[in-house]
Write a new protein. Structure first.
Length: 354
């Protein structure tokens, strides 16, 4: 959401170290704490601040009460040459997804494609934070997730919460910046609705349904029987509904962990697939083809009074590079929410840049 508020700026390295220190004090080994901190901060760097350090107080609470497991390894449910299925045993979602990528990329180089499905992962955060790591390796990556234990999105035509926002994503190399697509199958996210409610603000459009199934822009309805609309809203929500069902099949369906089974709402089911272009028409061909379509998109005349066309993930990647270099603008209240944890663990809060 656009804002005229001047936000304090913090060094990216200091924020990363701060988050890792808190997670280590909370019980994670240094490598796991570093992975979680890296992915959370990557979201902040790209401007996806509802999925960045904003989530850290909840993660620390879950480490404290045991709903995020601090130690252990995923259980292997099935293992074939090009597919792997894990029970994540409520281990940190970011660490699990990065380990799944480590397993999938070498297999994809051998077999052309490799898929890892995970059930019972703790929350994995922003999907786009992972994609660029795969494209740097010359790979195409698909990553989808759902939360079988949580429901806030009504199916199109319905009025009762059933689905989670269930995001889906794709990263693809070009000759320049990779294309990074990361979309929720709902028209907005739970974290954005919660933030706007705390700020006493409305949504930009009537993207929610109240308990009676009437469209509204009031975030307060979510705590009173309301729901998020599927992507597409009143006019084209059947498309978001269809995508939600697809994500359900590829995540909950493949790992046999669905919404009819009791579960913790922060647990995710995950579908991760890596494709090696060299097993198809070759990486140079993919880069060339996607660069041509990227250039054609950017050259497309904008609508009257509109901004130039850009590619998905383009603005986020440029912002991330700038904030890594110049400092990160943290949304108001994020460090305030972390101060009690910093005091508890005797970890110094990062200082704002002058």
């Amino acid at each position: 959401m656009p804002t005229t508020e001047t936000l304090p700026v913090y060094g990216a390295a200091s924020l990363r170290a701060f988050a890792s220190s808190l997670l280590q004090k909370g019980g994670l080994a240094p490598d796991r704490a570093g992975d979680v901190a890296d992915i959370l901060l990557a979201a902040d760097l790209m401007g996806h601040d509802t999925h960045g350090l904003n989530l850290l107080p909840v993660y620390l609470e879950h480490l404290a009460n045991g709903t995020m497991a601090a130690t252990g390894e995923p259980e292997v449910i099935a293992d074939r040459p090009a597919t792997l299925t894990w029970d994540g045993r409520q281990l940190p979602g970011q660490w699990l997804v990065l380990r799944a990528m480590d397993a999938a990329i070498p297999r994809a180089r051998i077999y052309g494609a490799a898929t890892v499905a995970i059930r019972n992962a703790h929350h994995i955060g922003s999907l786009s934070a992972y994609l660029e790591r795969a494209t740097r390796e010359g790979m195409v990556m698909l990553l989808h997730s759902s939360a079988p234990g949580g429901g806030s999105v009504a199916p199109f035509g319905g009025s009762k919460a059933l689905f989670s926002p269930s995001p889906m994503s794709m990263g693809c190399p070009t000759e320049g910046l990779p294309i990074l697509v990361d979309i929720s199958t709902s028209i907005t996210t739970n974290n954005m609705v919660v933030r706007l409610q705390k700020q006493g603000r409305k949504l930009p459009r009537p993207w929610l349904l109240d308990a009676q199934g009437q469209p509204t822009d009031d975030p307060a309805v979510i705590g009173a029987g309301g729901t998020l609309m599927p992507l597409g809203g009143e006019d084209a929500g059947h498309k978001g509904y269809g995508l939600a069902l697809m994500v359900e099949a590829l995540t909950a369906g493949l790992v046999d962990r669905g919404r009819h089974q009791p579960g913790f709402k922060f647990n995710n089911t995950v579908f991760l697939q890596i494709l090696d272009p060299e097993a198809f028409g070759g990486l140079p061909g993919l880069r060339s083809q996607m660069e041509r379509i990227a250039q054609a998109c950017r050259a497309n005349p904008p609508r009257p009074g509109g901004k130039p066309v850009r590619l998905p993930g383009e603005a986020a990647q440029k912002l991330a590079a700038k904030q890594e270099r110049d400092g990160v603008s943290l949304a108001a209240g994020i460090l305030d929410a972390l101060k009690p944890w910093a005091d508890r663990f005797d970890v110094a809060l990062p200082a704002a840049s002058p």
